[in-house]
Design a protein around this ligand. Structure first.
Ligand code: SF4
Length: 95
């Protein structure tokens, strides 16, 4: 279980969940229960809040089990599709 990594996305942001790192503080559940609900499957419903709300809550995870990255954005021009952004953000350092 330690190496399991799951992803949940709303198309704009992707939540990364590492169950082996979770210390079960329930901070996510109490802070944003519409999204983080162990009683539902899947337990993360990324469509139940805004991207900003989700990011704010993920940043409060005390163990680093939750992190996120913004999904890649593309720009289209005459030569085709080009990736312009794919920002990975890791909050293990709590900065
Ligand atoms: S806030 Fe982080 S450590 Fe606490 S239950 Fe949620 S995922 Fe686990």
């Amino acid at each position: 279980m330690k190496d399991i990594i799951k992803h949940y996305t709303n198309g704009e942001v992707t939540i990364v969940w590492k169950p082996g790192v979770c210390i079960h503080s329930e901070k996510c559940f109490h802070g944003l229960p519409a999204v983080f609900n162990p009683g539902q499957k899947p337990w993360i419903n990324v469509e139940a809040a805004t991207t900003e709300q989700i990011i704010s809550q993920v940043k409060q995870c005390p163990s680093g089990a939750l992190s996120f990255f913004m999904n890649t954005e593309y720009r289209y021009n005459a030569t085709g599709r080009h990736r312009i952004k794919g920002t990975k953000i890791n909050f293990s350092d709590k900065s």
